[in-house]
Design a binder for this molecule. Structure first.
Ligand SMILES: [Zn+2]
Length: 134
């Protein structure tokens, strides 16, 4: 067992190995494979196996620089998605404020929930926004 372990470590030397993108693509592969148990789609099967092969290729690739760039691109995308959904979760759970998007700079304004028509100033760009709260 120890011999096999050492051989594997030697094999993986200089290779990309598992990273965040690897874990995410394995998770997507698993989800697709489970869905395919029920739908039996050839197209879904081809897509999931292509994803699996690409994932393994990335894991064993010796072009670590290129794989690292792919992983960084994935991390930037993940951060955007988490930020977006984090804001949505806050909006859903916060009952004392309402959230309005600035038409000018797309920033979110957190306003106290007082019914009526109000004028707010965007702290980011200074645009005056008329807000109707029910
Ligand atoms: Zn603004």
């Amino acid at each position: 067992m120890e011999k096999f372990r050492n051989k594997f470590i030697a094999f993986m030397y200089g290779r990309n190995g598992p990273d965040k993108l690897y874990r995410a693509s394995v998770a997507v592969f698993m989800v697709l494979a489970v869905i395919n148990i029920f739908v039996h789609s050839v197209i879904l099967s081809v897509i999931s196996w292509a994803l699996f092969i690409w994932t393994m290729f990335r894991c064993f690739s010796k072009n670590v620089y290129k794989r690292s760039q792919e992983n960084q691109a994935y991390l930037r995308l993940e951060e955007k998605v988490v930020k977006k959904f984090g804001m949505t979760k806050t909006m859903l759970t916060d009952k004392e404020h309402c959230y309005k998007k600035c038409r000018h700079c797309k920033a979110y304004l957190r306003l106290p929930k007082r019914s009526g028509t109000h004028t707010a100033v965007c702290p980011k760009c200074g645009e005056k926004i008329t807000v109707k709260i029910r």
